[in-house]
Design a protein around this ligand. Structure first.
Ligand SMILES: Nc1ncnc2c1ncn2[C@@H]1O[C@H](COP(=O)(O)OP(=O)(O)O)[C@@H](O)[C@H]1O
Ligand SMILES: [Mg+2]
Length: 316
């Protein structure tokens, strides 16, 4: 029987009797393995959700289960099966070398020491840490320290990996390696839950995505399902270099064209058409101001975030 990997049942978290960090989230992920991505702007509740799932924070009301185990009632049992990488992690001892730090961390978790090197060394190489791993962890760069914490978290032999912004501060090659490691965990039947600001990265690598905003679950599903639900047409028009005083002429030009949404982010306007035949609209826009740089590009999950957070322009 396959267990639901993740169940949230009216999960709520209120801090200091006033801040509603999670507002009654309900959700089910039906598989016991795979990669679930949590997206959302700052303050959306990602860290709160992950810390509750990691059993280091308690819900105010409602329930959450991971692979059938309750994050409150089964917390002791669950903890042994979870590896958690918090968002703002600090070393517990700055003088240890990176390698000793990882070993100490795993020892404290009660990992089987016999197999430690077999698991840790390949990860050190994979993330290109061999040149700094023997320096005191207090003397390495922020990105390098992050990678050491990632090696520690991924070396743990767990069923569930909960990673809060693991790719923040990493260079692009390291991010690709990190995702390859995360995907191989999923391939080994593990459940990985990752919060990130990098929408595109999550869209590429996650089986399932939850988008949070102000403590509420806005939408969930596979990245392609979310796009299908959100956008009628898979292309958008991007107009760059539009001064504020010209916003009205864009609005007017778009009038009478089938357009779902127009959003501005600074001097860039994103136009999301409702019908395929929008090339006449481009010609019209070009005629208004020849200095505008206009292009057509594919819809990605980033567009969902843009429509969520950009300034909406009424088209009628
Ligand atoms: N320990 C805390 N005490 C009080 N408020 C908190 C605490 N942690 C987070 N919050 C608040 O809860 C909300 C959600 O925060 P957080 O879960 O960190 O979001 P995210 O990780 O998406 O940025 C924010 O409004 C934040 O200010
Ligand atoms: Mg956070």
């Amino acid at each position: 029987m396959l267990l639901n990997g993740l169940v949230l049942d009216h999960l709520k978290k209120v801090y200091n009797n006033s801040t509603i960090a999670l507002n009654s989230l309900s959700y089910e992920y039906p598989l016991d393995h795979g990669v679930i991505g949590i997206i959302g702007p700052n303050g959306a509740g990602k860290t709160t959700l992950l810390s509750i799932l990691a059993t280091v924070n308690q819900p105010t009301s409602g329930r959450a289960k991971l692979k059938g185990l309750d994050v409150v009632g089964d917390r002791i049992h669950l903890r042994k099966n979870i590896s958690y990488l918090p968002q703002d992690i600090r070393p517990f001892l700055y003088s240890l070398s990176g390698r000793d730090y990882i070993i100490e961390y795993l020892r404290m978790r009660g990992e089987n020491i016999r197999f430690l090197n077999e698991r840790v060394e390949p990860l050190i190489e994979e993330l290109n840490l061999q040149y700094i791993i023997d320096k005191p962890i207090g003397r390495v760069s922020g990105g390098e320290a992050k990678k050491i914490f990632i090696v520690a978290a991924l070396s743990v032999d767990a069923e569930i990996y909960i990673l809060d912004e693991p790719s923040a501060g990493l260079d692009p090659p390291s991010r690709i390696k990190l995702w390859s490691l995360i995907r191989s965990l999923a391939g080994d039947g593990k459940l990985v839950i990752v919060a990130s600001h990098y929408t595109e990265e999550l869209a590429i690598h996650c089986d399932e995505i939850l988008i949070l905003d102000k403590g509420s679950l806005l939408i969930h599903g596979s990245p392609s399902k979310i796009l299908e639900k959100m956008f009628a047409i898979k292309e958008k028009i991007v107009v760059r270099g539009v001064e504020n005083r010209s916003l009205n002429s864009v609005k007017k030009a778009v009038l009478n064209w089938g357009v779902d949404r127009i959003v501005s982010v600074g001097d860039t306007i994103f136009i999301y058409p409702r019908e395929k035949n929008f090339y006449g609209l481009i010609t019209k826009l070009r005629d208004i101001d020849t200095s505008w740089r206009i292009e057509v590009s594919n819809i990605t999950l980033e567009d969902y975030v843009i429509t969520l957070l950009g300034d909406s322009i009424e088209s009628s």
